[in-house]
Design a protein around this ligand. Sequence first.
Ligand code: DC
Length: 202
Amino acid sequence: MSFTVAIDGPAAAGKGTISKGVATHFGFAHLDTGLLYRAVGRRVLEGQEAVATAQALTAEELGQGDLRTAEIAQAASKVAVIPGVRAALVDFQRAFARRAGGAVLDGRDIGTVICPRAEVKLFVTASAEVRAERRYLELSAKGADATREQVLADVRERDARDADRSTAPMKPAEDAVLLDTSDLSIEQALAQAIALIQTKLP
Ligand code: DC
C-alpha cells in the first residue's frame, strides 16, 4: 500500500522537523526534496552545468558533506528556477512517494506538481521574521558567521524567488491544510500534523 504525505512551505517554517517527526511516528520513509536542489546547487558553485548535473544526480550524493549552508541554499533556489533541472528530478521523487509502507516528502511543489494526488497535503508557514530567527539560531549553533539582518534578507530573497518562478512556484495546493507555526512549539506543530494524518489513514 502506498500513502503519500506532501508537506510544502517556505524555508525554516518547520517542514523538516514536522516531516521527520511524522515519518518516525507512522513509520513512513522521508525525503527532504530540498536536498536534491541543494546537491545540484553545490555542483554549480563548483563550476558544473545545472541540467546535466541534475540528470546525473545519485541518491548517495545527498548524504555527502554539509548541504545546509546559507551559500548552498541560495544556489539551490537559483537552480530550482530552471525547468530542465526540475524535470530531471521528477521521476526520483514520484518513485519515492509511491514506495510501499508510506512516504513523507517535503519541499515547495510536492502537493501541486510532484504528488497532486497525495492522501495528505500540508502547507507549513510562519512569518518571515520568525523563520529568519530560527534559521539564524541554527546557523549560529553551527558556528556560521551570519547576522540576523543578513539571514532575514536571505529568507526574503529566497521566498520571492521560490514563489515567483514560472515553473512549479511555491504555493499551497487548493486542497492543502495550512499550518502556521509562528506561535507554535515544535511539539504543538507536530501534534497537529499527526492528528490530521491520523484522520486520513485507510
Ligand atoms: O527546503 P530547502 O530550503 O532545503 O530548499 C532549498 C531550495 O530548493 C529552495 O529555496 C527552493 C528549492 N526547492 C524547490 O524548488 N522545490 C522543492 N520541492 C524543494 C526545494
